[in-house]
Design a protein around this ligand. Structure first.
Ligand code: GSF
Length: 200
């Protein structure tokens, strides 16, 4: 298998963490690329028309995207129901946590593009604030959640979202407002799969 990724990509990190946890990392060749919405990657677009990472090329030559699809595929390849609860409340909890965490990451990536890619005269402060409102409200929901002792696609996604916030927006200082989430994150970050994939 081949994975289009970048070491900074929080969505590709979900895939790399899943692969490590499932014992599949050695079967995946990592193809490192750099891209943004205004500098697309030609080769990647032949596989993922949306031009986004992560994209996985399976051994059969199929292109899979986006990160939830790839992570579920890897889980199935490893026998199933390892990082994706098979059924019942645990499944819906994990999938909803993944949606919340991916929403945080989506908003943070949009802010990043706005600040790092968009020319300064075209930036829109109110729009950036709108993204931060989503991020902060979602983080408050996670502070009230019971993440302790759970390791699945939901909590992997939360860890990758928080890792991205720390990587790009260290000044945000979310830990001071959200002590329970901070304590949970400190513990989960020690896991080998997360330590090995810290964004750079
Ligand atoms: C989001 C992928 C994404 O935004 C997923 O895989 O879960 N829903 C998708 N990827 C970014 C890189 S990143 O911040 O991880 C990307 O490929 N951006 C390039 C673009 O043209 O938007």
């Amino acid at each position: 298998m081949k994975l289009y990724f970048s070491p900074a990509s929080p969505f590709a990190r979900k895939v790399r963490v899943s692969a490590l946890e499932l014992g599949l990392a050695e079967r995946i060749e990592l193809l490192q690329i750099s891209l943004s919405p205004v500098s697309p990657h030609t080769d990647l677009r032949q596989h993922n028309p949306l031009g986004k990472i992560p994209a996985l090329i399976t051994d059969e030559g199929a292109a899979l995207y986006d990160s939830p699809v790839i992570c579920e595929y890897l889980d199935a390849l490893a026998g199933g129901a390892r990082l994706w609860p098979a059924a019942g409340p645990a499944r819906w909890r994990a999938l909803t946590r993944q949606a919340l965490a991916d929403g945080i990451t989506d908003a943070a990536v949009l802010v990043r593009y706005e600040q790092a890619v968009r020319p300064e005269p075209l930036r829109w402060a109110q729009w950036i604030e709108g993204q931060w409102l989503k991020i902060r409200t979602a983080l408050e929901a996670l502070e009230r959640d019971s993440l302790e002792g759970v390791f699945d696609i939901g909590t992997i996604s939360v860890a990758c979202a928080l890792g991205y916030l720390d990587f790009r927006f260290a000044e945000e200082g979310w830990r001071a407002r959200l002590p329970r989430l901070a304590a949970w994150y400190a513990l989960i970050s020690e896991r080998a799969s997360l330590a090995a994939t810290r964004p750079s």
